[in-house]
Design a protein around this ligand. Structure first.
Ligand code: BGP
Length: 489
């Protein structure tokens, strides 16, 4: 089996999970800056203040949007640790991290721009030069090693000012702010970047970003999502005009979903649940609301009040060029499943689990690649996949992460079967967290994904020294042989 020449191999990160440097370069405060550390038992929390002056903490996970009370605004406590403030200090280590990825042979690096580095409140007319300069420097480093950038314009975050003052994506004004922000990125970086993602995990955006100070119920969430579809379509159209040849995707948080039994009721429930998550990317990839949306929104008690005259045309004119997604797990569903959500469903008894209880299902990746290619007939891009695990540093400094190698081998083999046997068009694969970084869902450092170890613990102690894990050398071979070495014993 051979992957096509030019297949893109690399890693993916998000600004607030790796950069740190929150108060440097004129950066403004961003919504993730208010998330505290957590642990497996204690989900990552956002600290908030209510209008009556009382304060509290709510799990910030997008799976529990209603845990943030109505009227809450983000708040920093002196006695808590906020992992994104330091993260793994990519802000000062980017040269070293990019050089290590280049040493592995990576030819693409997916990273996100911190919106509040470019527009500290999101509402200014003039961008912050120091913020632009930082990403200019990152691009210069990538060019040095002939690595393609894949830029995420918004990765789950926004300047907190926009969330507090305009209720985030609930407001059409934020659409204008986003278009202004994207225009600045295209003017400045357009000649240096071909691949763009308008949003990360479009189906999972909740909390302050989507709803601001209002409780993120279904009505608010689906209307905020409409504004994001419009923002994406406007930016795709503008990007194509400003940067001929540019390619746009939006990232969808996927988990494959199987019917729990072959009972027709369970199989039909699976179809419905699949639509509930694919709804988001269906609209952006196809450019219209699918016929099932009336039923879906009706069952969720949602009326789309955000739709304005002319929106249909905007959606039609700004469809995505490729479909990109994260893949970590699969789940099962039946008519008995309670609280189904974007990544939800029940656990499959046939699958092993990661240290964090995420089911491991390589065949699900092949299934999903085929399902999406059949559905959209557009190139696909796997922009996140990987194993969050606890790594042990041996006395001699080595890190023998064979479990990560096994995970990657099995997933990449299934990816290759989808491409080489089933005929799926896939542009590339960027593993989540090429160097260890802060976990999105738990705020931990000990949930490590990287090929590159970063000496830093959950409370921010450590030297930040980078070192190569066993998987670093293994992946270097995979890339050098364009996947060929995956099939060697
Ligand atoms: C995706 C996010 C990433 C990333 C990843 C792993 O949903 O786009 O930002 O963090 O999941 O999740 P976690 O960090 O919670 O293990």
């Amino acid at each position: 089996m051979k992957l096509p020449e030019g297949f893109l191999w690399g890693g993916a990160t998000a600004d607030f999970q790796c950069e740190g440097g929150v108060n440097e370069g004129g950066r403004g405060m961003s919504t993730h800056d208010f998330e505290t550390d957590g642990s497996v038992e204690h989900p990552r929390c956002t600290t908030y203040r209510l209008p009556d002056g009382t304060t509290g903490e709510a799990p910030s996970s997008f799976l529990n949007p209603s845990d943030i009370p109505d009227g809450a605004t983000p708040y920093i406590r002196d006695d808590r640790y906020y992992p994104s403030h330091k993260a793994v200090d990519f802000y000062h280590h980017y040269k070293e991290d990019i050089a290590l990825m280049a040493e592995m042979g990576c030819n693409v690096y997916r990273f996100s721009i911190g919106w509040s580095r470019i527009f500290p409140t999101g509402d200014e007319d003039t961008p912050n030069e120091a913020g632009l300069k930082f990403y200019d420097d990152v691009l210069t480093e990538l060019e040095k090693y002939h690595m393609e950038p894949l830029i995420t314009i918004q990765h789950d975050e926004m300047p907190v000012y926009l969330a507090e003052h305009y209720d985030g994506w609930s407001s059409r004004h934020v659409v204008d702010c986003y278009v202004k922000y994207a225009r600045v990125l295209f003017e400045r970086f357009g000649r240096r970047c071909k691949y763009w993602l308008t949003f990360n995990e479009i189906n999972a955006v909740r909390g302050f970003v989507a709803c601001g100070t209002h409780k993120c119920d279904n009505q608010t969430h689906y209307n905020a999502a409409h504004n994001m579809f419009i923002a994406s379509a406007l930016v795709v159209k503008m990007g194509h005009e400003m940067m001929p040849g540019s390619q746009f995707g939006a990232m969808y948080a996927s988990s494959e979903l199987y019917p729990a039994t072959c009972k027709p009721e369970d199989v039909f429930r699976r179809l419905q649940a699949r639509r509930e998550t694919l709804y988001f990317i269906d609209i952006m990839a196809r450019g219209y609301y699918p016929s099932y949306s009336a039923d879906l929104l009706g069952r969720r008690g949602v009326t789309l009040t955000a739709v304005q005259d002319g929106d249909e045309k905007i959606l039609r004119e700004g469809t995505l060029d490729y479909v990109s997604f994260s893949y970590y797990r699969s789940n099962i569903i039946s008519t008995e499943t309670k609280n189904f959500n974007v990544l939800g469903g029940d656990l499959n008894p046939y699958l092993p689990k990661s240290d964090w209880g995420w089911p491991i299902d390589p065949i699900g990746l092949r299934f999903l690649l085929n399902e999406y290619y059949d559905r959209y007939q557009k190139p696909l891009f796997i922009v996140e996949n990987g194993l969050g695990a606890i790594d042990k540093v041996e006395p001699d400094g080595s890190i023998n992460d064979d479990y990560r190698i096994d995970y990657l081998r099995s997933h990449l083999q299934e990816m290759m079967k989808a491409v080489c046997v089933d005929g799926v068009e896939c542009l590339g694969y960027t593993m989540w967290g090429p160097m260890d970084l802060v976990s999105l869902s738990t705020g931990e450092m000990k949930k490590r994904y990287g090929w590159i170890y970063v000496d830093m613990d959950d409370k921010g102690n450590g030297t930040l020294k980078r070192s190569r894990k066993k998987s670093f050398w293994w992946m270097k071979d995979v890339i050098a042989t364009n996947g060929g070495s995956l099939w060697e014993e």
